[in-house]
Design a protein around this ligand. Structure first.
Ligand SMILES: [Fe+2]
Length: 273
């Protein structure tokens, strides 16, 4: 349907009917967080690649990378994570104190599978940013996340000066959720760290393989598509490299994670069976 142009009214006013409800809905959709293409792709193709740096101030996020503690379970990785949920008015609320828990079916790394893992929470100053809050709401809108569903948001990344596997042996995997997005925050002096999606765990049916730039985000239906990232090393070997990402997940199929969530949040809306 063509866009309504106000100055045509004088010529065509008798032919132009009042704006129907369907058209109002289309206009409402155009004001949503993501381009219409992204909503269509995640529904039709189970994944989408887009850019979100017109919605967030990435420069404002960078100082928080310097405040990240080391991941206590993985060498050379730095990490924070927090759980959120949307309240009945659609605003993000923090669910404090719940650990991550991935069963062996979803994590091949010996250091992480079948373990309850506690991490430092995201900083209050970060959580309170308007662009962080609107990112969480926009992300929840993309997947139609309901109030009370736990949303896991992590910042993690690697820095160093030698060949590093950011997944520490996880390889091609799923996270054990239904909805997953990976947003690259920074990528400095990096060779490698190529993100790949595939329909199979062997990676033979590859969907995409790409080096994501800061601000790029991959949306993935985690229960339909496998993901991985390759090792990285410095481009300039005399300088250290650094690459940090946001990982955000919701609606867990991993019943180990759901059990731990239920223990911490009796009222959580979970995908239990
Ligand atoms: Fe993953």
């Amino acid at each position: 349907m063509e866009t309504f142009i106000a100055n045509n009214v004088s010529q065509n006013h008798l032919q132009i009917p009042p704006q129907p409800i369907a058209q109002q809905a289309i206009h409402q959709r155009q004001r949503r967080y993501w381009d219409a293409r992204v909503y269509e792709e995640v529904r039709g193709d189970n994944w989408s690649r887009t850019n979100v740096d017109n919605r967030i101030d990435l420069q404002g996020w960078l100082p928080h990378l310097k405040q990240l503690p080391r991941d206590p379970y993985v060498d050379t990785r730095w990490k924070r994570m927090s759980w959120f949920y949307l309240d009945q008015s659609g605003e993000p609320r923090v669910l404090a104190g719940c650990p991550m828990a991935q069963g062996g079916a979803f994590n091949d790394a010996d250091t992480m599978a079948d373990k309850v893992r506690h991490y430092a929470p995201l900083e209050d100053q970060f959580i309170q940013r308007d662009d962080v809050s609107s990112f969480i709401k926009g992300w929840a809108d993309l997947w139609d996340i309901q109030p009370g569903e736990p949303i896991l948001m992590q910042i993690n990344g690697v820095r160093g000066d030698e060949l590093t596997d950011p997944l520490q042996g996880q390889g091609i995997h799923k996270d054990g959720s239904q909805f997953l997005s990976v947003l690259v925050i920074n990528r400095e002096n990096v060779s490698g760290a190529t993100s790949s999606l595939s329909f199979d765990k062997q990676g033979r049916q590859e969907i995409i393989s790409a080096d994501l730039a800061p601000g790029e985000i991959l949306h993935i239906k985690d229960d339909q598509i496998y993901h991985s990232v390759s090792s990285l090393k410095p481009l300039d070997t005399s300088q250290p490299f650094e690459r940090f990402i946001i990982i955000i997940n919701c609606r867990f199929n991993d019943q180990f994670q759901n059990r731990i969530l239920r223990e911490h949040f009796p009222g959580a809306v979970l995908n239990e069976w």
